[in-house]
Design a protein around this ligand. Structure first.
Ligand SMILES: [Fe+2]
Ligand SMILES: [Fe+2]
Length: 171
């Protein structure tokens, strides 16, 4: 879905697409490996895990934070508090499994392997992260971006885009 008039809508949409790509890569790794820990000497495995760590960090510190601290208050003021509260509660359900998956991936990259126990825990957290985040992004791509296009005026759009880009430039 394209919201060509909203810059902040486009920026969020681009982030969502990046995250969806990472989720797909992660799910392929998790489903493909099954219960067997992957060989971290394989560049493709390391790349998938490194991307996951980066996306979890981005989701935690930037994307969710931007939505909750900057975008949702604007939409709540415009009468969309029910939607923003629901999306925040979904963030609260996603973050713990995302953080567990990101931490285990980082630890495995540092040590060079997953123990079977760590791999089992990583698989469980990773699959939950995929499921919850996919559902959340699908919901935001429909409801949130439509609300942004309808309710955020040009000045507010420019201000929010500036904040979003500032957060991304910062780290
Ligand atoms: Fe989002
Ligand atoms: Fe969100």
């Amino acid at each position: 879905m394209l919201h060509v008039n909203s810059r902040i809508g486009q920026l969020l949409h681009a982030d969502h697409l990046t995250t969806l790509g990472t989720l797909q890569e992660l799910e392929e790794l998790l489903v493909g490996q099954g219960a067997t820990p992957p060989d971290l000497a394989k560049p493709a495995v390391r790349a998938a895990l490194e991307t996951l760590v980066a996306v979890v960090k981005g989701e935690v510190s930037r994307h969710f934070g931007f939505e909750e601290n900057h975008l949702f208050p604007v939409l709540a003021d415009a009468g969309q508090m029910g939607m923003t509260m629901l999306l925040i509660s979904e963030h609260r359900a996603i973050l713990p499994v995302a953080e567990v998956a990101g931490e285990l991936a980082g630890a495995a990259l540092a040590s060079g392997s997953f123990t079977p126990e760590d791999w089992a825990e990583f698989r469980e957290a990773g699959l939950e992260f995929c499921e919850r985040e996919l559902f959340h992004i699908q919901k935001e791509e429909m409801g949130l971006l439509a609300a942004v296009a309808a309710l955020v005026g040009p000045d507010e759009d420019a201000r929010l885009a500036g904040v979003f880009e500032g957060l991304h430039a910062g780290g």
